[in-house]
Write a protein that binds this ligand. Sequence first.
Ligand code: PLP
Length: 415
Amino acid sequence: MSEIVPFPQLDIPETIAAGPGPGNTDARVLARYAGAGLADHMHADVLRGMVECKTMLRTVMGTDNVHTFGVAGTGGSGLDMLFSVGMPGDKVVMFVNGTFSGIDGLTVRMKAATAEELAANPLDPQTANVITIDVPHGQSVTAEIVEAALAEHKPKWAAMAHWETGSGRVNDIQGFSDACQKHGAMGLVDAVSSLGVGDFRIDDYPGVHGWASCPQKGICCLPLTYAPVSFSDQYIETLRATGTRTFCHHPILEARHWGVINGEDVEKGTYHRTHSAYAVSAFHEALRICLQQTIAQRAADYRFHEEALRAGVEALGCEVTSNMPSLVVLNLPGALAGREMELVQHCRAQNFGIWPTLSEPVQVRIGILNLLTETAIRDIVTRFGQAMRDLGADIDAEQVEAVLRQHYDRAIAAE
Ligand SMILES: *Cc1c(COP(=O)(O)O)cnc(C)c1O
């Protein structure tokens, strides 16, 4: 080692990313990333790629919204742009049923607090105009909950996670959209974990005016490439009227680089900030894969393999409390209760990347993003069973094998 370079080259191992996200990046996406030439952000092919991405993204999201594009960064970047429309004093109802909708709530309080409220508690502002409806961990936000809150508060904006990844719960998007329409609220949805996994078209939910997702979950792209977002014309008109205090994450300004100017598609984008040819190539390929496989087929595959994983961990004695197709959230059997973190650490030490919940209560989360094969699911169940055994659990391996065989034989019989 030389005196000037204090560290060796950074090697990061291959792992099984069996958590809530990031998922396992598709090899085709990695190849496009590494294969892109060094071209600047105004090169004709980079701009063309961005316009093609915009077009493909509209199909993937199921929308005619002109303001549909990618925000450089992760899900949080897309959400920060989505919520930028919430201005100090705006009345907002937030539905919170886990870690991520909780963070969304904090984001909105930071933006919609008055200057005095923000100064009083800068990292966790409390503001009367943002009303938080807390739904217990492990439960979904239902149509009834949304209807009751919007009828009572009549807010300008209402926000919810489509799928709350923290507790693994699918929330009622139809009920949310209907209640928003009925009560004249504009819906904002965190679709970070549902886009590319669930079979839905955002235009089927006219009560929702803004959507934000991420690159590295259902879209199977690299983190820090592009977070898909989409805004209705009404959202954009509202934003045009109030303005917002961000340049980088300004929905109207960022859209320019994707070839959306004055609410219309133009042939090529104009400068907003630097984009990366590598990121554009990767995102482009990820969207091509989504369209090739079709959203409907991916959704069916997620449901099918989640069922197998669920059956497998239940046969190991675990109790599943989630209903998301890309993830199981579970309680360990009685003998291992309280040892969730130890078990997760044990798995992670073997590059089997599962996760705990990030907010109370402590549960185990196992995800299957881009792991949609019988071999991958069997490997996950086997590794998880072995880890439970290492901690002293009594495992009925034959029973586990029987439920997995039954599940996958049924598929073969159906073909
Ligand atoms: C993962 C996730 C986020 C955070 O996304 P990042 O890409 O980590 O910024 C937000 N909301 C939901 C529902 C998520 O699943």
